[in-house]
Design a protein around this ligand. Structure first.
Ligand SMILES: Nc1ncnc2c1ncn2[C@@H]1O[C@H](COP(=O)(O)OP(=O)(O)OP(=O)(O)O)[C@@H](O)[C@H]1O
Length: 361
């Protein structure tokens, strides 16, 4: 196992609560991890702790089995063999692109240094740019040079702190996919922080969702969206609402107990994978997560909902709807289905598995 964090805690003096609170996860060699969460959740503090720029008050960090940080031990940042990429590129303006990339390679013989610089520039698609000055390059190209500089010393772990936040939206998205390809081609193990979940999903194999210092879930993007472990993750990732549901099991015509199903304002939801069993929640009452793509447009459906709001998003509309009993839903509907505010439209539930949580107090 490459990077291993166990019960990591970071405390700043004068702060009542730890900035990072009992966080643990593992990142295998060649994997890319991302940390996301609302502002102040502790993701930057955690990344800095891995880099050795913050000390731990509890827990431990290991890389390739070597202890780097604990409450009693602290390997200096420059001894950790980690590369870092920051949001502001931090290229040296008076050096050429090649000199920037060679910066961490001074200990190597000239020929080897030359080879590493060329390989790193090749990897980021800037093989011809070595002699140019940083200011002659676009923002995206400068960020790729910063990536080449971090990759050139072949670090055991690459840390990226909001690497795209200074770039415009179009470029960010393109560069995010490119960076994934570059890191995978280099076989690099990387951990990065971003506030943009789409970016995290585009790049990372595993994404950690943090809130108030705690890591709520460390999982593949698909799992975060479809199997959120906590109500916070369900809320933070993707669009959705919680609707009250009751877990029931009744008998079929032959008197056999049927699979458990859910009673909701949308009707009876059955044939669900992973439906909770009766008794899973107090009084069998829970809240069901309904994603915008769990509710589909169904013109002939007897289930009708009124359009409260709609947001045009190109390929689809995101409708905010209300059932006759006032229950609000979100529905992602192809944009040619164009209802006016106040219209009643037919809808149907289309979920395959139930994500439920204890009823919010
Ligand atoms: N040097 C510091 N001294 C004291 N408190 C700090 C320090 N750095 C961060 N904090 C506090 O620790 C908490 C976590 O901050 P951190 O910067 O890690 O969060 P973040 O998730 O990266 O936020 P953002 O997305 O806004 O950068 C916050 O409450 C912050 O105010």
């Amino acid at each position: 196992m490459n990077l291993q964090l166990q019960d990591v805690e970071v405390r700043y003096t004068g702060q009542a609560r730890p900035a990072v609170d009992a966080v643990g996860f593992e990142l295998a060699p060649g994997e890319i991890g991302a940390l996301i969460g609302p502002s102040g959740c502790g993701k930057t503090s955690l990344l800095r702790a891995v880099a050795g720029l913050e000390r731990l008050s509890a827990g431990s960090i290991h890389l390739h089995g070597q202890a780097l940080s604990s409450a009693h031990q602290h390997v200096a940042p420059e001894k950790r063999r980690m590369g870092m990429v920051f949001q502001d590129y931090a290229l040296f303006p008076h050096m050429s692109v090649a000199q920037n990339v060679a910066f961490g390679l001074q200990h190597l013989p000239a020929a080897e240094r030359e080879r590493r610089v060329q390989t790193a520039l090749d990897r980021v698609g800037l093989a011809q740019a070595g002699a140019r000055a940083p200011h002659e390059l676009s923002g995206g190209q400068q960020q790729r040079v910063a990536l080449a500089r971090a990759l050139a010393p072949e670090p055991q772990l690459l840390l990226l702190d909001e690497p795209f936040s200074n770039l415009d939206v179009d470029l960010r998205e393109r560069l995010a996919y490119e960076v994934r390809d570059i890191l995978k081609a280099a076989g690099a193990t990387a951990l990065f922080v971003t506030h943009d979940q789409m970016e995290a999903f585009a790049i990372a194999d595993h994404v950690g969702v943090m809130n108030q210092g705690r890591l709520h879930q460390w999982d593949a993007p698909y799992q975060l969206y479809h199997r959120p472990a906590t109500r916070f993750v369900a809320d933070f990732i993707g669009k959705g609402v919680f609707v009250p549901a009751r877990v029931v099991r009744d008998v079929n015509a032959q008197g056999q107990p049927r699979a458990a199903h859910l009673l909701t304002a949308l009707g009876v939801l059955d044939a669900l994978d992973d439906c909770p069993l009766p008794g899973a929640y107090a009084n069998d009452e829970c809240d069901l997560l309904l994603r915008a793509d769990d509710v589909v447009h169904a013109p002939d459906s007897p289930l009708r909902a009124q359009v409260l709001r709609k947001a045009f998003r190109g390929a689809d509309h995101l409708y905010t709807l209300a059932l006759a009993d006032g229950t609000q839903l979100l529905a992602q509907v192809p944009s040619h289905v164009d209802h006016a505010l106040g219209d009643w439209m037919g809808i149907a539930p289309a979920l395959r598995h139930a994500v439920t949580f204890a009823r919010d107090a």
